[in-house]
Design a binder for this molecule. Structure first.
Ligand SMILES: *Cc1c(COP(=O)(O)O)cnc(C)c1O
Length: 365
């Protein structure tokens, strides 16, 4: 028995016919860019998140980049974020000409709200909290600080579609939020795609022009910009998946809590805090001798991954920011212990039991 990190075929099987039908409908419609499926998906997604507006995009990275631009953030500005995320949370800050300013995380892998204030300067314009692994960040505390210093809050919700804090979904907490619909995310396209949400009517208008060449209408270009639109074909397929998302998420959660029971004698298992609804985009444990354990699992057919082994402040691309490894001690220590185990709709109890058995064998050696 093997336990691969993903199993798309199993997950797609029950909706395969619907997907093919939608695919054929778009092909026959002749409407491939900004068509009715894009508009419908945006409406359905906004409703799902409990946010007034949504706008489909080419991917999560373009979304973050264009929201920062639409917020007017650029040269000389600073934006606060966490160093343990996927690189796009910080690269997009640099791409608009601003400076990423990192703040350490706590053991929940999300930004430590009690360390944010000391990183704020007169140049700070925004905070990008990341809801990493599917667990919501501490949005009450973060929004309070943002209000006090008049900062934008941009949720990087790439890993957390459907997650809730106090019953309110991510994507409805900040000024705007960015979701990736990459195949490894809980709601995904068959290729690259993304979507943003916001409660700000001016921001959505500016964003919609930004993702479409700066065109206010067919013939008038207000400012130079990019082409970062969502494909009609992907939107049609995403609408079908959005209908499945809640029961997929419930299955992920059941499997995650089952893993927790099996694994808690051996590793630190992920928690769900009070008032949180965790969607477990990644199931991340904290393990001693992580590298050896990962190798042992792989040698025995279990594909475990690390998200992410090198924190962003230690990437070659970040050299110009002049950070040292121990500037963020929690991030640094966690990067040596985190390990993502296979978790997806369709993972069997037998597969989970095998993972647990291997982990127990490893620590008894
Ligand atoms: C996946 C991801 C992104 C980037 O999304 P893409 O669609 O791959 O461009 C950004 N931030 C986080 C936290 C992510 O996990």
């Amino acid at each position: 028995m093997r336990v691969p990190y993903t199993a798309f075929k199993i997950k797609n099987a029950p909706i395969r016919q619907k997907l093919i039908q939608a695919f054929e409908q778009v092909i026959d419609s002749g409407h491939y860019i900004q068509g009715p499926n894009c508009a419908a998906f945006e409406q359905e997604f906004a409703l799902f998140c409990g946010s007034p507006f949504a706008s489909g995009t080419s991917n999560g990275t373009d979304s973050l980049h264009l929201i920062l631009r639409a917020m007017g953030i650029g040269l000389g500005d600073e934006v606060i974020t966490a160093p343990n995320s996927f690189i796009a949370s910080a690269s997009t800050i640099a791409l608009v000409g601003a400076t990423p300013v990192f703040v350490d995380v706590t053991e929940d892998l999300n930004i430590d709200p009690y360390k944010i204030e000391q990183a704020i300067t007169s140049r700070t314009k925004a905070i990008i909290p990341i809801h990493l692994t599917g667990r919501p960040a501490k949005m009450l505390e973060i929004n309070n600080i943002a209000n006090k210093y008049n900062l934008f809050v941009l949720e990087d919700a790439a890993q957390s579609v459907g997650a809730k804090l106090k019953g309110k979904r991510v994507g409805s907490w900040g000024d705007a939020a960015s979701f990736s619909l990459h195949p490894l995310k809980n709601l995904h396209a068959f290729g690259d795609a993304g979507i943003i949400t916001t409660k700000n009517a001016n921001l959505i208008e500016r964003f919609n022009i930004s993702k479409n060449h700066g065109l206010k209408n067919r013939d008038q270009c207000d400012f130079w910009s990019f082409n970062c639109r969502l494909d009609e074909l992907q939107a049609a397929l995403l609408r079908i998946q959005l209908q499945e998302l809640e029961h997929w998420t419930e299955e992920r959660r059941e499997l995650a809590f089952r893993y927790n029971e099996l694994l808690k004698p051996y590793v630190k298992v992920p928690e769900e805090g009070l008032d949180e609804y965790h969607v477990f985009q990644t199931y991340v444990v904290l393990a001693e001798n992580r590298d050896e354990l990962q190798k042992f699992l792989r040698d025995n057919g279990v594909e475990a991954l690390v998200h992410y082994p090198t924190p962003i402040h230690m990437q070659p691309a970040a050299a110009g920011l002049n950070y040292k490894p121990n500037d963020f001690p929690v991030t640094q220590q966690l990067s040596k212990r985190i390990m993502s185990l296979p978790l997806y709709p369709g993972l069997t109890h037998e597969q989970q039991d095998l993972v647990a058995e291997l982990i127990s064998t490893f620590y008894k050696k």
